[in-house]
Design a protein around this ligand. Structure first.
Ligand code: GRF
Length: 215
């Protein structure tokens, strides 16, 4: 059984998708602790509903950014956390947490990295005029959305899309690939070699997506 620690800042819909897949028995893991950096993060309501321990940690209570992440590391260690999940956590992870969990922190980003890192990946892709976008689960390193890629999912951008409809289409896939990446990790199927993540049992199914389609 894999012990998870979750960091979130907001509504926590990805957090919910992970809770659901654990409860349905698809992932052999247990969420030991949710930590938020916002007192009113809706993720807290989800934790309450599912009897998951949670903690609001105010960054202002710590003298430096590093000290904040030392505090987070200590809480996760106390809870026996083995893998840290960033589920909409709106801060750059600092070295103390990275050192404590090397290649054991996962993030979801709403674009096909390395395109459109940083805030609002969906809007960036939309504004750029990309015809395909998607989402990426990756291990976290010291950069901004730069760590080894675990799994990606692509969606076409349709001419009728708005930023909102594109974001919704991407979010649906986030809710599928994030729990799946955690499942692969829990099953010991992910192997990091440099910045390449090798996955046991990978079977190619669909070999392209063209947008706009050629009819
Ligand atoms: C998602 O778009 C995710 O890709 C990004 O932050 C957002 C979090 O949404 N990292 P939620 O809090 O999981 O609903």
């Amino acid at each position: 059984m894999l012990n998870l620690g979750v960091l979130a800042s907001g509504r926590g819909s990805n957090f919910q998708s992970i809770i659901d897949e654990i409860e349905s028995g698809k992932i052999r893991a247990s969420i030991k602790l949710l930590i938020t950096d916002k007192a009113d993060a809706f993720a807290i309501e989800r934790a309450k509903k599912h009897s998951i321990e949670y903690l609001y940690m105010n960054p202002r209570d710590f003298s430096t950014k590093d000290a904040y992440f030392v505090g987070i590391t200590e809480e996760f260690r106390k809870s026996g956390v083995e893998l840290v999940i960033l589920a909409g956590f709106m801060r750059i992870v600092r070295q103390p947490l990275l050192d404590a969990f090397p290649n054991r922190i996962m993030n979801i980003h709403p674009a096909l990295l390395p395109s459109f890192p940083g805030l609002h990946g969906q809007q960036q892709a939309f504004g750029y005029g990309a015809k395909i976008s998607g989402c990426t689960v990756h291990f976290v390193d010291a950069g901004m959305d730069t760590g080894p890629v675990i799994i990606q999912a692509a969606v076409p951008v349709s001419p009728d899309d708005t930023e909102e409809t594109l974001s919704q289409r991407i979010l649906k896939l986030e809710h599928r690939i994030f729990p799946h990446a955690i499942r692969l990790y829990a099953e010991g199927k992910l192997h990091v070699e440099g910045r390449i993540v090798r996955i046991d049992g990978y079977n190619l199914k669909d070999d392209f997506l063209i947008s706009p389609p050629i009819n």
